[in-house]
Ligand binder design. Structure first.
Ligand code: PLP
Length: 487
């Protein structure tokens, strides 16, 4: 494909994408294909000779479209969203065109410098404490996903503890043995409702993982007392908690851990790295009405949220802020001779490879820059507020049919969790004075197992309704189980 063919193909592709977005709401959100649908539609191996673009493009409709789940559809209500926008798509297009690995400043100064500035814009937009700005000891870096951020933070936390413990020991075998002993005792912590990425990161880092309880009576949030209890239990067993993921918007119910209480607790555990995972809910911090959550963040080591979830930046884009960039660089900066250059050695530039696990990196800040400029602060706030209002409206609809539904956690950051009330047993219905009194009718039975029976029946009914909705393909919802309750 030469540049004139590219011009033509590109215009056609953009027309096709615009048509797709214009007609998205009319499509069922889930595809109806069976597993393995795609293989028979394309040859068993790559073509010997190149094909025309027309032929390739026509396969979007024939091969790809039937197997797409339409994440951008207004009927997609599963998982957390993965928003997109046209300015972000253009950013990705330019990024693909300039195509660089940009690990060191000199590999493309614009890639590094725009990222630094745009991450400062984002930190200010979210009213993050100043410690996360690049003009001090902190700063922001863009990673692909929250899971990558968490493993990056957790491994840096592990190495920070080891460095601190062995600060005065001379280099050598003995120090390496001692470091291995320390690593063998380390425990990473996260809420029982934290995303599984913390557990996965602990596996990758070769440390233990313990969950901190966050029961229904604290609205599924970790309290400072619960965290302290888990830390002390670990210590009593000779283990060393070194890292905790605090959640601002847990995956199951959008719970927020007690950030202010946990910030106080850091004074007693100065070696504990606390990372705040706000993967989904963090985007609401663009709105002043949510920014009361921000001041405690100053006590923590790092913070992340995914612009690709809810801030109109196409996948992938997870913003990772650290209070002390040195904590990352002390772990990740390894400089073989082929990576040396006068700019890096001058100490005047940022080399983001020293803050992260991979070497190469994409030009992701371009799409962030395009989105921030296209929507402006007011546009982004309006976008988030609209979604929050839709969540509140949905919550009201559920509550207006309390004969059928019970809301388990009220609309929080746009997320509502609910279950479907089971039909009470006949004996209970006889006592009841409503069409479906649900829980009360079960308890009217006065059997010791009535409560457990209610829960089991509610779980089954909710699961049945959930599966029925998704099997139709028109809408797509997500189910979960929180503290034994199917939602
Ligand atoms: N953290 C939280 C709170 C999440 O809800 C999710 C996913 O929904 C993740 C982390 C993982 O996100 P990613 O796909 O960016 O790794």
């Amino acid at each position: 494909m030469d540049s004139s063919q590219f011009r033509e193909a590109g215009k056609g592709a953009i027309d096709e994408i615009a048509d797709y977005y214009d007609t998205l709401a009319e499509r069922p959100v889930l595809p109806s294909v069976a597993p393995g649908y795609l293989r028979p539609l394309i040859p068993a191996s790559a073509p010997e000779e190149g094909e025309s673009w027309d032929k390739i493009q026509s396969d979007i409709d024939r091969v790809i479209m039937p197997g797409l789940t339409h994440w951008q559809s207004p009927k997609f209500m599963a998982f957390y969203p993965c928003n997109s926008s046209f300015p972000a798509m253009l950013g990705d297009m330019y990024s693909g065109a300039f195509n660089s690995a940009a690990f060191n400043w000199i590999c493309s100064p614009a890639v590094t410098e725009l990222e630094t500035v745009v991450m400062d814009w984002v930190a200010k937009l979210l009213a993050l404490p100043d410690v996360f700005l690049s003009d001090g000891e902190g700063g922001g870096i863009i990673q692909g996903t929250a899971s990558e951020v968490i493993v990056t933070a957790l491994v840096a936390a592990r190495e920070r503890v080891v460095r601190r413990r062995l600060r005065d020991m001379p280099e050598g075998e003995e120090k390496l043995d001692k470091a291995a002993d320390i690593r063998g005792k380390l425990v990473a912590l996260g809420s029982e409702h934290a995303h599984s990425s913390t557990q996965k990161a602990a596996i990758i880092a070769g440390t233990r993982f313990r969950s901190v309880s966050a029961p229904k009576d604290t609205n599924f949030s970790v309290t400072a007392a619960a965290l302290r209890k888990t830390i002390e239990e670990c210590r009593a067993k000779g283990l060393e908690p070194f890292y905790f993921t605090a959640t601002l918007g847990s995956t199951g119910t959008c719970a927020v851990d007690d950030l202010a209480g946990i910030a106080e607790l850091t004074k007693d555990y100065p070696d504990l790295w606390i990372h705040v995972d706000a993967a989904y809910a963090g985007s609401t911090l663009v709105c002043p009405e949510y920014q009361h959550l921000c001041p405690p963040l100053a006590a923590f080591d790092s913070f992340n949220f995914n612009l690709h979830k809810w801030l109109l930046v196409n996948f992938d884009c997870s913003a990772f802020f650290v209070k002390k960039r040195k904590d990352l660089m002390d772990t990740y900066s390894i400089t073989p001779s082929y990576l040396r250059n006068p700019h890096s050695e001058s100490g005047m530039v940022t080399d983001y490879r020293d803050w992260q696990i991979p070497l190469g990196r994409r030009f992701r800040s371009l799409k962030v820059w395009f989105v921030l400029r296209s929507y402006g602060v007011s546009g982004l706030r309006a976008f988030i507020r609209k979604h929050v209002k839709l969540g509140e409206y949905f919550n009201e609809l559920l509550e207006s049919r309390s004969d059928i539904f019970s809301v388990v956690t009220k609309s929080a950051f746009g997320l509502v969790t609910f279950c479907v009330k089971p039909t009470p047993p006949h004996s209970a219905v006889a006592n009841a004075n409503q069409p479906n009194p649900g829980h009360e009718a079960y308890l009217n039975d006065f059997t010791p197992t009535a409560e457990a029976q209610y829960q089991e029946d509610a779980n089954q009914k909710t699961k049945d309704v959930y599966e029925k909705i998704n099997s139709k393909g028109e809408f797509f919802l997500t189910s979960s189980v929180v503290c034994g309750q199917y939602i």
